[in-house]
Design a protein around this ligand. Structure first.
Ligand code: SF4
Length: 465
C-alpha cells in the first residue's frame, strides 16, 4: 500500500502551493506515520515536588534521594534499545511525567547524552519537555534549550488562585507569568499551556477569566482537559465522603463550549478534542492539522509507533514491513510502575515489562478509528487507514458509518471519515462503536509471531559496565 498522497491530507492543492516550509515539514511528518521508519520516544520522569490530589499518574513526591539512580536506570533502559532501533529514526521526543524539571541540570544533561548515544534523533525532531511553573527558573530553561528542547508544555491549570489551591498546585499565578517570560527569554518559540476545567462549583465567569489570561499570553498551543475523579486519589475520597461535590457533567459541557467559542474567535484552531494551536502567519485559515499541533501527540492519534522508557511508560511498535499491502502487526506493552523495583531490575539486567499484548487485526483497526476520530478535521483518511491495515475502512465499517452518519455524528467524504460538531459532543459514544465487542484473546508475551519485541522480554542484553 502506498503512502497517501499529499492531497489526501491537505484537501486542496492550492493550499499546498501556498504553504510555508514549516507547513511542508509538518505534512511530511504526518505522511511518514505508518511508513515504518519514524517513531516517537517518550521518557517518563516519575517525580513531582508534591502530589496533586486529583492525579493518578505514576509519579511520586519526596523521592529526591532516588533521582540519580532513576536517571541511571533510564539511561540503561535506553541503551537496551540501541540495537533493536538502529534502523529507526526518532521524529519526536517527549520528556514527561511527573515533572521532568524537578531534575537538576546535570541529571537532565546525563539523560540527553544517553538519548543521543543510543537512538537516532531526526535533525528536525520535535523535542518537548513538560514543566511545572513552580519548578523552573531561567537557568533551567536555558539548560533545556541548550539540550535541544524546542517545545515546552507548562502545567498551568488555572489563573485563579483559589482554584490552584483546590487543585493542590505548588505554583501561583505570578509563577506562571514568570515561567512564560523566562521560557521566551531562553528562546522557546513553541509553548503549550495545560488547563483543567469543570472543577466542582467552578463559576463560568472565573473560567472565562482564565481563558482570557491564557489567550493574552499568545502561546502557540493550548490543551484543556475536564477534571476527572480518578479512583484511589485524595479527590475521589473527598467526593465519596461528601467533603467535595462531584464534578458536574453539564457544567463541564458548558465550559467546553465556551472554550471552543473563545479560542476559535482568538485565532486558535481546534484540531483535536482537547487541543488547540494558534495559527501562524501565512497559515491557511482552516488547516486540517495546524502547524503548531503537537507532533508527538499526533503520533498517538494517528496510531503511530512510540517507545516509552521509564517506570510505567507504555510503548507501541509494529513488526517490520513484509509485502506491500500487508498490515504490520502491533505489540503494546507497559513497564513496571514502582520506581525502586524498576531501578533494581534494570541494574540486574532483568525485564521491566509489566504487561504486553498483541492486538488482533480487528482490534488494531478499532484503535486507529478511536484515536483518529479525535482529530476533528483530519479525522481518519481512508488512505492512512489502508496504509496501516491494508483494508478500506468504508467497507469494513459500512454499517457503523451509515448509522452514525444518519444520526449526524459522522461525516464520510471521498478522503476521510471525521466527527461532526454534534459527534464531537458525543465523542465517547461514537468512538466506542468502532471497537470490537469481543477481542481475540491477548497473545502471550514473546509469542512466536512477536513483532519488534521489547528486548527486555527476551533474555536481557548485556548491560554496559
Ligand atoms: S504536577 Fe502533574 S504529574 Fe505531578 S502530581 Fe501534579 S498533576 Fe500529577
Amino acid at each position: 500500500m502506498t503512502i497517501p498522497a499529499a492531497t489526501h491530507l491537505t484537501g486542496a492543492p492550492a493550499f499546498k502551493a501556498a504553504q510555508t516550509q514549516a507547513a511542508r515539514a509538518h505534512l511530511a511528518f504526518v505522511e511518514s506515520v505508518g511508513e515504518g521508519s519514524s517513531i516517537g520516544l517518550y521518557l517518563h520522569i516519575p517525580f513531582c515536588e508534591k502530589k496533586c490530589p486529583y492525579c493518578d499518574f505514576n509519579t511520586y513526591a519526596g523521592m529526591g534521594a532516588h533521582f540519580d539512580a532513576t536517571v541511571d536506570a533510564l539511561c540503561a533502559e535506553l541503551a537496551r534499545w540501541a540495537a533493536p532501533l538502529r534502523d529507526r529514526t526518532v521524529a519526536t521526543l517527549f520528556v514527561g511525567g511527573g515533572t521532568p524539571t524537578v531534575l537538576s541540570s546535570a541529571q537532565l544533561e546525563r539523560l540527553f547524552a544517553a538519548i543521543h548515544s543510543h537512538v537516532q534523533l531526526a535533525p528536525d525532531a520535535e523535542i518537548s519537555c513538560e514543566a511545572n511553573p513552580g519548578t523552573v527558573d531561567r537557568a533551567k530553561f536555558h539548560t533545556l534549550r541548550a539540550l535541544g528542547v524546542n517545545r515546552l508544555s507548562l502545567g498551568v491549570q488555572s489563573f485563579d488562585a483559589q482554584e490552584l489551591a483546590f487543585l493542590g498546585r505548588i505554583h501561583d499565578v505570578a509563577d506562571v507569568y514568570s515561567a512564560v517570560e523566562s521560557a521566551r527569554a531562553a528562546g522557546f518559540d513553541n509553548l503549550n499551556l495545560d488547563f483543567i476545567f469543570g472543577l466542582p462549583g467552578q463559576e463560568p465567569a472565573t473560567f472565562a477569566r482564565t481563558l482570557d489570561a491564557a489567550l493574552a499570553l499568545q502561546t502557540e498551543h493550548l490543551s484543556l482537559y475536564s477534571l476527572i475523579v480518578e479512583e484511589e486519589t485524595p479527590l475521589s475520597h473527598w467526593v465519596q465522603s461528601g467533603r467535595v461535590q462531584a464534578p458536574d457533567d453539564d457544567l463541564a459541557a458548558d465550559l467546553y463550549e465556551l472554550s471552543m467559542e473563545r479560542l476559535g474567535a482568538a485565532g486558535y484552531a481546534q484540531y483535536e478534542v482537547s487541543n488547540w494551536a494558534r495559527r501562524q502567519a501565512g497559515e491557511p485559515p482552516s488547516p486540517l492539522l495546524p502547524q503548531r499541533a503537537s507532533r508527538h501527540n499526533l503520533l498517538y492519534w494517528l496510531n503511530g509507533e512510540y517507545l516509552g522508557v521509564g517506570p510505567g511508560a507504555h510503548s507501541h511498535l509494529r513488526s517490520a514491513p513484509t509485502e506491500p499491502g500487508t498490515a504490520r502487526r502491533s505489540r503494546r506493552w507497559g513497564n513496571r510502575k514502582p520506581v525502586p523495583g524498576y531501578v533494581k531490575r534494570i541494574a540486574a539486567g532483568a525485564s521491566v515489562e509489566a504487561f504486553a499484548e498483541e492486538p488482533d487485526a480487528r482490534t488494531a483497526m478499532g484503535e486507529t478509528m478511536m484515536v483518529g476520530l479525535r482529530l476533528l478535521h483530519h479525522g481518519v483518511p481512508h488512505a492512512h487507514f489502508a496504509t496501516l491495515h491494508g483494508s478500506d475502512l468504508r467497507a469494513l465499517f459500512a454499517a457503523e458509518i451509515a448509522e452514525l452518519g444518519a444520526q449526524g455524528l459522522l461525516l464520510c467524504s471521498e478522503e476521510r471519515l471525521q466527527l461532526t460538531r454534534r459527534g464531537l459532543l458525543l465523542g465517547n459514544q461514537v468512538f466506542a462503536r468502532f471497537l470490537p465487542e469481543t477481542s481475540e484473546p491477548v497473545a502471550p508475551v514473546g509469542g512466536d509471531a512477536a513483532p519488534l519485541a521489547n528486548p527486555q522480554a527476551a533474555p536481557p542484553p548485556p548491560l554496559p559496565s
